[in-house]
Design a protein around this ligand. Structure first.
Ligand SMILES: [Zn+2]
Length: 366
C-alpha cells in the first residue's frame, strides 16, 4: 500500500489538497500502530510551527516501477511526499528530486537515495542495477542528481528499508536485525552489531539470491534455484500460470489482455479454497520458511522483518511461517525469534533513505 499525500499543511494556501483528493497531512511514523501481524499507518495532523526549526532531509526510493520521495524530519515524520512512475532517464530523476528540494520550507541537510541493485555507499556509484533502472549503471547518484552543495548519500533499497525500521519502525533500538523485502523480486539486508553488512564489493545481504533449490530454475542473477525464483510475486504468478496452462482446475484465469493473475489474487483465492492457488502458495511458503530458518541460523538476529508488497497477504503469510520457523530454530538458537511485518508500510525506503543523511551527520545513531 502506498500512502498518497502532499502533506500540504505547511503550505495551506498553495497546496491545500492532494491531487488524488485525499486530505493533506503529515505522516507521523512515530504514531504508526502495529498489531501482531500487520501494521496500519496513522496519518496525523500537526501544527505548522511545531517542526519549523528541526533538521530536514530528502529521502528518495527508486524502484523498478515507481519512484517515491519525501521531506523527512529527524523524528521520522514525512512532511511531504511525492510518488511518480520510475524515471527512465537521468534528467527525469534529477527533476523529481529537485521538485522535492524546492518544496522544503527550511534548509535540508542532504539527500538520501535508496536504489535497487548494488550501490557503492562510499561513492554513491550504481555498480549494477539490471532491468528498468540500468540507465543508472556506472553513474554516481550524487552527480546524476546534481544537487549543488547538498550532500547525497546512497544505499541499496532493501538496506534503506531496514534502516527506516531500525530508526523509527519495528526494529527500533535493535542492533541485530535481518530483513527481507518480498515483491516482484526479493531484497535483503542484514544489520550485525549495529553495522549494515556490505561485503567486499557491496553485494552482501542479497538474501533473495540464496540458493534454496540446487536443481531450480535460472534466476536473473545467473544462479539457479534462488529464493527469488520460488517466493516472489513473479514466482507465485508464473507457478499459478503453469497450472492454468496445464488446464488444472483453477478459479483465476489470464485476462483478455494477457495479464496473469496477481500474487495478491492468488493468495485471496487460496484462502477461499482454490486448490491450485493453495498448492502454489503452500509450496512458496515452504521455500520461504526454509530460507528463514537458514537466515536465523546464520545471523542469530534479535528480530526478523518481512516487508514488501506481498506482506499484504497478512496472517495467511506470517502465521505458517512463524510456526514452521520456530519449530526448526528453537534448538539451535534456544529461543523464538520474533518474525514481524515491516512497520513503515509503503514508505519505509523513503524514510530510511532520509535516515541515511541523519546517520551520516551524526544526528541519529544505531
Ligand atoms: Zn538469484
Amino acid at each position: 500500500m502506498f500512502l498518497c499525500s502532499f502533506a500540504a499543511n505547511r503550505r495551506p494556501a498553495t497546496r491545500s489538497a492532494c491531487p488524488c483528493g485525499r486530505s493533506a497531512a503529515v505522516i507521523s511514523l512515530s504514531r504508526i500502530a502495529q498489531s501482531r501481524y500487520n501494521a496500519q499507518p496513522i496519518v496525523s495532523e500537526r501544527s505548522a510551527s511545531s517542526d519549523a526549526l528541526e533538521s530536514l532531509a530528502i529521502g528518495v526510493d527508486i524502484g523498478g516501477t515507481g519512484i517515491k520521495g519525501a521531506i523527512v524530519n529527524s523524528r521520522g515524520d514525512l512532511l511531504e511526499t511525492l510518488h511518480q512512475p520510475s524515471p527512465r532517464t537521468t534528467s527525469a530523476l534529477r527533476d523529481f528530486v529537485h521538485s522535492l528540494v524546492k518544496r522544503a520550507e527550511a534548509p535540508v541537510r542532504g539527500i538520501g537515495v535508496g536504489c535497487k541493485g548494488i550501490i557503492d555507499a562510499g561513492s554513491t556509484r550504481v555498480k549494477s542495477s539490471p532491468g528498468d533502472l540500468n540507465f543508472l549503471e556506472g553513474q554516481l547518484l550524487s552527480e546524476a542528481i546534481g544537487a549543488g552543495d547538498l550532500p547525497v548519500c546512497a544505499e541499496n533499497d532493501a538496506r534503506v528499508a531496514l534502516i527506516g525500521e531500525v530508526l523509527w519502525g519495528a526494529a527500533r533500538g535493535r542492533r541485530n536485525v535481518v530483513m527481507l523485502t518480498l515483491g516482484t523480486g526479493v531484497g535483503g539486508a542484514v544489520l550485525v552489531d549495529g553495522v549494515i553488512l556490505h561485503g567486499v564489493n557491496g553485494a552482501a545481504g542479497h538474501l533473495g539470491h540464496t540458493t534454496i533449490d540446487p536443481r531450480g530454475g535460472l534466476c536473473i542473477c545467473g544462479n539457479y534455484g534462488c529464493l527469488e525464483t520460488h517466493f516472489s510475486s513473479r514466482a507465485i504468478e508464473s507457478d499459478y500460470w503453469a497450472h492454468i496452462h496445464r488446464a488444472a482446475p483453477a478459479k483465476l484465469s489470464i485476462t483478455s489482455t494477457g495479464e496473469l493473475p496477481s500474487s495478491e489474487a492468488i493468495f485471496r483465492v487460496a484462502a477461499a479454497g482454490d486448490e491450485c492457488a493453495r498448492y502454489v502458495v503452500d509450496r512458496a511458503l515452504e521455500y520461504l520458511g526454509a530460507a528463514l530458518v537458514s537466515f536465523l541460523h546464520t545471523f542469530d538476529p534479535e528480530i526478523f522483518i518481512l516487508g514488501g508488497n506481498i506482506v499484504a497477504a497478512g496472517p495467511q503469510l506470517i502465521v505458517p511461517i512463524q510456526d514452521r520457523v520456530a519449530r526448526r530454530t528453537k534448538t539451535l538458537l534456544g529461543r523464538e525469534v520474533p518474525i514481524v511485518f515491516q512497520q513503515i508500510v509503503g514508505l519505509g525506503g523513503v524514510a530510511g533513505a532520509a535516515g541515511l543523511v541523519f546517520l551520516k551527520q551524526n544526528l541519529l545513531a544505531i
